[in-house]
Design a binder for this molecule. Structure first.
Ligand code: ZN
Length: 348
């Protein structure tokens, strides 16, 4: 099972170039759904028909990951960079990265550097994005021969690996390949299950730069309500005095009641809390000030729809490598499975 999570996390799929991730997902879910389509934007939409007695519901997980893009190339081959989605410059320093060609294939590798690091000078200030460059060891002409030019994507190179036993794992793109994995496992688990809900599973593009994929594909699906399956940051660092109910890696899925742009649907949230108690699935409740997810796009679709956010928490969320728990992943699958088997009656 975890092999699929590893494959998804190691796939190269920055916002706007999600084809490798979509190809993996399509192959995995094809035998388990009634319809599968890709829209003009690149979103993957899977449909699993219900008995006809239930509402139309969408579960969305975004396929894209935060990355960098080549902004300019010096004659000596040093590449200046722009961010694709929110990635903290300090986490990039000294990192090994993959540089992609215009077809999304790895063309060469490089290392992120800045002048003080390069020349072994005293570092007095944290570098800003404009101070950083990628050194691939190739000059401008050689890079061009490899298919690297302005507009090429750059992605941190990190393999999936377990850190302790077989519980805590790390790697790139946990946000949101963990969400893709959860939805895939959910689809597989529904194989022999009769359900009233008419189910749509949306694997969206370009979430990290503005939730654009979900925004456009909702017009194709036209759901009654929906759930975004996405990651959130943990609060379990002892170095910064965690709050009493700190969101902690390994303590269960996280239900987000509020983020920077949404107050999630109370009826849906209360129902999920009730289901977690009934099925003894651990659940953490989060209220936060920053970030948002595709759930906001569902909320704002047409005249407005009920939506919420469920997923796992991770440490170092907007960096080149995150840390999370496989138990949290599996418990999220269980909770969403319980939701489909016992959906809420959503009032206004
Ligand atoms: Zn995300």
């Amino acid at each position: 099972m975890e092999h699929l999570l590893k494959t998804l996390m190691e796939a190269l799929g920055p916002s706007g170039s999600e084809v490798p991730v979509r190809t993996i997902i399509m192959k995995e879910i094809k035998p388990y759904v009634d319809e599968l389509s890709v829209d003009k934007f690149g979103n993957l939409i899977a449909h699993k028909k219900g008995t006809g007695k239930g509402e139309k519901v969408v579960f969305v997980a975004h396929m894209d990951e935060i990355a960098l893009m080549v902004k300019s190339v010096e004659d000596n081959g040093q590449m200046r960079i722009s961010t694709v989605g929110g990635i903290s410059p300090v986490t990039l320093v000294g990192q090994l990265v993959a540089v992609l060609d215009r077809n999304g294939k790895q063309a060469c590798e490089g290392v992120v550097s800045f002048p003080e690091l390069h020349e072994d000078l005293e570092i007095n200030m944290l570098p800003k994005l404009e101070d950083l460059y990628v050194d691939s060891g190739l000059d401008r002409r050689a890079l061009k021969r490899h298919g690297v030019e302005v507009g090429s994507y750059i992605i941190p190179s990190h393999h999936f690996r377990f850190l302790d036993s077989q519980k805590i794992f790390c790697g790139k793109a946990i946000d949101n390949r963990s969400g893709c994995y959860i939805v895939i496992e959910l689809i597989k688990k529904l194989k022999h299950i009769k359900h009233d809900l008419d189910l749509y599973f949306l694997f969206s593009v370009q979430e990290e730069i503005g939730m654009y994929g979900a925004q456009v594909s909702l017009y194709t699906i036209n759901p009654d309500w929906g759930v975004a399956v996405d990651t959130t940051s943990s609060q379990d660092s002892e170095c910064i005095s965690p709050p009493p109910d700190a969101i902690t890696v390994g303590k269960g899925p996280v239900l987000v009641l509020k983020d920077a742009e949404i107050i999630t649907n109370k009826c849906l949230d209360d129902h999920l809390i009730k289901l977690s108690k009934k099925h003894k699935i651990p659940l953490q409740i989060k209220v936060e000030e920053v970030g948002t997810t595709d759930a906001t796009r569902i909320m704002l679709y047409k005249k407005g729809l009920p939506s919420t956010v469920v997923g796992i928490c991770l440490r170092n969320i907007h960096s080149s490598v995150g840390i999370a728990s496989i138990d949290d992943v599996n418990n999220t699958v269980q909770l969403l499975f319980a939701l489909i088997k016992n959906p809420p009656k959503i009032g206004v």
